[in-house]
Write a protein that binds this ligand. Sequence first.
Ligand SMILES: Cc1cc2nc3c(=O)[nH]c(=O)nc-3n(C[C@H](O)[C@H](O)[C@H](O)COP(=O)(O)OP(=O)(O)OC[C@H]3O[C@@H](n4cnc5c(N)ncnc54)[C@H](O)[C@@H]3O)c2cc1C
Length: 310
Amino acid sequence: MIAEKIYIKTATADEAISMAYAHKDDFCYLAGGTDVLVNKYQGNKESKCLIDITGIAELKQVTITDTHVKIGSLVRLDDLKKHPVLQASFPALIIAAGEVASPMLRKTATIGGNVLCENRCSFYNQSEWWREAVGYCLKCEGDVCIATGGKKACFSKFVSDTAPVLISAGAQLEIADFDGTHIVDLETIYTGDGIKPRNLPETALILNIILPLGHDFLIVFKKLRPRLAVDFTSLTTAVSTDKHGNLRMVIGGVDPKPVLIKGRVEGNREDYIKSALQKTRVVDNDFYSRKYRRDMIRVFLEQSFEELMR
Ligand SMILES: Cc1cc2nc3c(=O)[nH]c(=O)nc-3n(C[C@H](O)[C@H](O)[C@H](O)COP(=O)(O)OP(=O)(O)OC[C@H]3O[C@@H](n4cnc5c(N)ncnc54)[C@H](O)[C@@H]3O)c2cc1C
């Protein structure tokens, strides 16, 4: 028998959260759907209930104050470039958003959905037939990680392209749930566990992404991928400096979470690169080899330091 499916379109954040609570055993928020629906049709993840949040007008705004920019979670990636303050203060975010997927997808995909995009692995993002043929992996009801030859941990990689830039600029999330609204540093929501990559409560709804103004961030973004169009990342780096001399290096596309290394502009760059190579857990789950992606971490960081100091 085919299980009954439920689709609910909501008009306010409160309504979305109460519907989520009512269906909390098996639901998913639906924004642009470019991740949710692909995962559903590929048989990777399917929820009985879809709660469509695209009608919530309050999540589509970009608001500027003296100290912050608030980007509503439903702002589409392609629309970020329309906001002069983002263009002026965070051009790397516009560049990163412009390198997600393809032009058509960016007109649908939202920034909230991008920071919560599901982790990927070349042994997981396959058809059901393919996954069955290799005996399934830990992320889809198997017993071991195939990419590592049998480890009992999942190393599916974190693939959001905007999150590394946002973290390098000290971004925070404004999150709503039953107990009200709270603010967390973006990097703290990622667990590093490829099976459950985020620690947010299921019903939590991202309202806004908050970026601090007035720090004079300079950010260099780099992305490695086989083809310049459509492909997911094989390595993403975002390196920032600010007017206080802080240096933040964020590495995505390799480990199950974005890896953040904090330093100072005058600090030892070789030490930072070694720290990046030690902290990132790169496994053979990508188009490129583990060795090549590790080598490219060094190349991207060295190039980024050069560009920032120039
Ligand atoms: C061919 C292809 C190529 C792609 N290439 C890239 C790429 O290069 N880089 C990249 O980063 N991504 C890529 N993606 C993945 C995806 O398109 C993007 O990550 C996109 O930004 C997801 O946004 P969305 O609005 O479609 O999210 P959805 O699919 O609607 O949602 C994604 C997740 O976020 C949750 N969610 C969404 N909004 C909220 C909210 N406000 N509060 C709480 N939960 C929420 C959903 O429940 C779901 O778990 C690609 C996808 C495809 C199909």
